[in-house]
Design a protein around this ligand. Structure first.
Ligand code: BGC
Ligand code: BGC
Length: 856
């Protein structure tokens, strides 16, 4: 039976049963036993008001400078209300011009993860300096009166100057946690600061001193460790590497930048590891686990601290006065500036992106208002005028901003291009800088298995390098690399970088061996002496990396087959895992002879070869010194048993204990539907259905195999090819039965609100085979209501070629769709004839054609 035919009513009668089956909540079945669902938590179980006397006190090291304080007072006295309000706002590059900086007296700009000069995220370094000069000139141009205050530019230099093409890319923080080497962290920070200064930028949003407790969190890789003591031991050297020692003269006179400790507080303590979620933990845990690194950061004189997007007991940190003011500033003694996160103020109860006096009153000194700065400028002026925000609080915030600018030396530094290091482009990705990154890679590798002493391999041997991650520079670099999520990057954007494969190939060739790259592990002729199979995660950043269980996504587990084949052919296998965090890996561990965690190593792939291979003289130049900064799980069940404790890691010197095979039950059923991938290789993903609907009859026909014809809708469905044979479906709409639609539906509505806030798009891989004769409509069904956008006659798409079309989720929200209960993310309908093919439908950030729509 080619099609599974039923009426909508029958369809719904099975819904409850199906939804039950799929309805494993976020944490999967196992987790439901250990933690209640968020909805089930008692509403105000505990208050979100802290008790400052319980908190540690830090030693703020910056000396009071009477002359500086007098200058700050004098400036504040001269500033108009407009100048003061502008001074505490930070706008994103994509929505601000130098003229705006001048007109609105803006205190700061930033380049968010997807922004760059002239709208080009990958703009060459000279463009960044040019723009920095333009912003600077605009900020100090007071020909029309007013106070000249140089603007400050913030960037996410989070693993090196990671937004700049050609910069040194260090391993991500979870990898650095494995090095247990604070002195190395200081050198990494110093290199990063220098490279930031090359581009005329003065402020970085690093280090992230989060203490992730649940590695399902998609930002766990931005954290050094789950151990507060290890994170605390890094905070100080890293901050000193960026800023230099406090009281040693203006930062900008040396190779330094302003640092930011983030995200205060308990960003790594949220329920089920959800990004921007709620930390449902007691105050003692906040203090013992999450606050510890801030003591070191304040001791080091960190000049800014970013408030977290997350909540404590349901109250957003950005609006929590007791934590920001009473604890952080008053009790812990932090006297730098507190900056909020990207439109985080809009999430505070009672606030919107356009208005949030609560955040300023709670203690935020600068609002990161990427696209909302203009609205905030107007609302804040009114709120100070009517007393909602006391003038004294505004003055205090302005004072905090000016003090940081003075300590940095911004008032005397001159134009960005004239400052030391600016324009020395040969420093970006210079050999000495890359050498530090290479050392960091060497020290971060963690050896978990080495049966029969397979490692180190001889570079004189015949080595096969397999796995789809082996020669992929973007993949080994992870998120926050050139683009926000680190996706959609051409290898050409990484000049001077080295992939894992290139590193191995170079070393093997130099020693007279022979390395072969074969992603699927196949080989012809002589059997290789050993194979290195690279596998693991693909890049992600905020929330897109959130997981339901500690398991690699199903499509990333394929290299296990490659390993099996190699083993069956008698080839010893080294498994090399690219990952931001520990994940259940028992089947890989059992199968491979040696297993190495490579984390997200960044641009210096040779660092891996340095440790995996002997020197050409047969010596062992580098032993494995990396030790786990997070526990390694025994199963994929969150919070389940531990396989390897913190600090575990083998070395070559000590003989590895005999391998005892591990059980291969992950403990979780991840066949439940994905909320971000609906249709792949021409078929719906688990949990989703492909339906043909008829507007007139209201009937829905589920398509389970092809070819199929839905006679009463006049639609014929056939298989077609995309990348692989039958990797797509072709839909021929005859237009003979009124309006017909193809739809992707589910019985377990998906909550896409976070994805919508994160500017994601519904991305369809589509081909127009025969142009529509009547307009086409795209609709989303959510909370029982359809919201439609017109696609006209698909004129934005070329004919006959595959294209990715992106429909920003925000377009659908703006058009009225509820994003928290999506039943059908994609319904394409037309009353006319057309033939289209569809290969894939998912959420993503990248598309060749983007549907324009009124946002904001
Ligand atoms: C992130 C911060 C980052 C900021 C600017 C936010 O979404 O949470 O870590 O510094 O964006 O890009
Ligand atoms: C920006 C990031 C920011 C994120 C917040 C992105 O568009 O590029 O910098 O952190 O939005 O959701």
């Amino acid at each position: 039976m080619p099609v599974n035919r039923f009426r909508l009513s029958t369809y719904l009668s099975t819904a409850a049963a199906l939804a039950f089956g799929l309805g494993l909540s976020w944490g999967g079945a196992a987790c439901a036993q250990t933690a209640p669902s968020e909805a089930a938590l008692p509403a105000a179980a505990a208050s979100a008001v802290a008790h400052p006397a319980l908190w540690p006190q830090a030693r703020w090291p910056w000396r009071q400078d009477a002359a500086m304080e007098a200058r700050i007072d004098a400036l504040i006295k001269r500033m108009t209300l407009e100048e003061k309000v502008g001074q505490i706002l930070q706008a994103d590059l994509s929505t601000v011009t130098p003229d705006d900086v001048h007109r609105y007296h803006l205190g700061s700009v930033l380049n968010g993860g997807n922004a760059g000069p002239g709208g080009n995220d990958y703009a060459p370094a000279p463009e960044w300096i040019k723009l920095a000069d333009a912003f600077y000139d605009a900020s100090v141009d007071k020909r029309d009166g007013g106070v000249a205050i140089p603007v400050m530019w913030g960037t996410d230099a989070v693993h090196g100057h990671s937004n700049i093409v050609g910069a040194t890319l260090f391993p991500h923080n979870s990898a650095l946690g494995a090095t247990h080497d604070p002195a190395l962290l200081q050198r990494i920070a110093a290199v990063t600061a220098t490279e930031v200064r090359v581009t005329g930028i003065d402020w970085t949003f690093a280090p992230t001193i989060t203490v992730p407790q649940d590695t399902r969190w998609g930002r766990a890789f931005e954290g050094y460790s789950e151990d507060p003591a290890l994170v605390a031991s890094y905070a100080r050297p890293f901050i000193e590497g960026l800023q230099g020692k406090p009281n040693s003269g203006p930062l900008l006179a040396g190779p330094h930048v302003i640092a930011t400790a983030k995200h205060f507080l308990a960003d790594g303590g949220t329920f089920e590891g959800r990004d921007q979620g709620d930390a449902v933990v007691d105050e003692a845990t906040l203090i013992k686990v999450h606050a510890q690194p801030y003591v070191s950061a304040i001791d080091a004189g960190v000049l800014s601290i970013m408030a977290s997007f997350s909540s404590w007991h349901g109250v957003k940190m950005t609006g929590n006065k007791s934590l920001l003011t009473d604890v952080l500033k008053k009790r812990m003694g932090f006297a730098g500036l507190v900056v909020s996160d990207w439109n985080a103020h809009g999430q505070v109860a009672g606030c919107s992106n356009a208005s949030c006096p609560q955040a300023v009153n709670a203690g935020i000194d600068m609002l990161m208002a990427p696209d909302s700065w203009k609205a905030l400028y107007h609302s804040l002026i009114a709120q100070v005028q009517d007393g909602t925000v006391p003038m004294a609080r505004l003055d205090e915030a302005v004072g905090a901003v000016l003090r940081v600018k003075m300590r940095a030396g911004l008032f005397s530094a001159g134009r960005p291009s004239s400052r030391p290091y600016a324009g020395q482009f040969d420093l970006l990705g210079s050999a000495p800088h890359r050498a530090v990154a290479r050392q960091a890679v060497q020290e971060s590798l963690v050896l978990l298995k080495n049966e029969g002493g397979l490692l180190p391999l001889s570079p004189k041997a015949r080595i096969l390098v397999a796995g789809d991650g082996a020669n992929d520079i973007a993949r080994q670099s992870g998120g926050w690399t050139l683009s926000w999520q680190g996706t959609g990057l051409d290898p050409k954007l990484f000049p001077g970088a080295t992939t894992l494969w290139q590193g191995i190939d170079t070393a093997v060739r130099a020693a007279g061996g022979q390395a072969t790259l074969s992603p699927d592990g196949s080989f012809a002729g002589q059997k290789p002496d050993a194979a290195i199979v690279v596998f693991g995660e693909t890049p992600y950043a905020e929330f897109q990396g959130d997981l339901r269980s500690l398991q690699l996504k199903p499509d990333l587990r394929a290299p296990l087959e490659t390993m099996r084949k190699l083993k069956a052919a008698g080839v010893p296998v080294v498994a090399l895992m690219l990952t931001g965090r520990p994940l259940y890996a028992n089947p890989f561990l059992n199968l491979a002879d040696a297993f190495v965690v490579a984390w997200l190593p960044g641009s210096e792939g040779e660092g891996v070869a340095d440790v995996l291979l002997r020197g050409s003289d047969g010596s062992v130049a580098h032993d494995f010194t990396g030790r786990l900064p997070f526990r390694w799980p025994m199963t994929a069940v969150p919070g389940g048993a531990t396989l390897y404790p913190l600090g575990h890691g083998l070395s070559l010197k000590a003989k590895a204990p005999r391998w005892v095979p591990l059980p291969e039950q992950s403990g979780v059923d991840d066949s439940a539907g994905s909320t971000t991938e609906y249709f792949q290789k021409g078929v719906p993903t688990p949990g989703w259905s492909l339906e043909i609907q008829n507007a007139g009859t209201g009937g829905g026909t589920r398509i389970t195999s092809v070819p199929a014809t839905v006679a009463d809708s006049g639609v014929a469905i056939t298989a077609s090819d995309y990348q692989v044979q039958e990797g797509a479906r072709t839909f021929a709409f005859s237009g003979s039965k009124g309006t017909a639609a193809l739809a992707l539906t589910t019985h377990a509505p998906a909550d896409l609100s976070r994805e919508t806030n994160g500017e994601m798009m519904l991305v369809t891989t589509i081909r127009v085979d025969a142009a529509p004769t009547a307009p086409v409509t795209l609709a989303m069904d959510s909370a029982g209501k359809a919201t439609s956008l017109s696609l006209g006659k698909l004129d934005m798409l070329p004919r006959g070629t595959w294209t990715t079309l992106g429909i920003p989720l925000q377009c659908l929200r703006t058009a009225g769709a509820r994003m928290d209960a999506v039943d059908a993310p994609l319904i394409l309908s037309t009353g006319g004839a057309m033939t289209i093919s569809l290969a894939r439908v998912k959420l993503g950030m990248d598309a060749q054609v983007r549907l324009p729509c009124a946002t904001h």
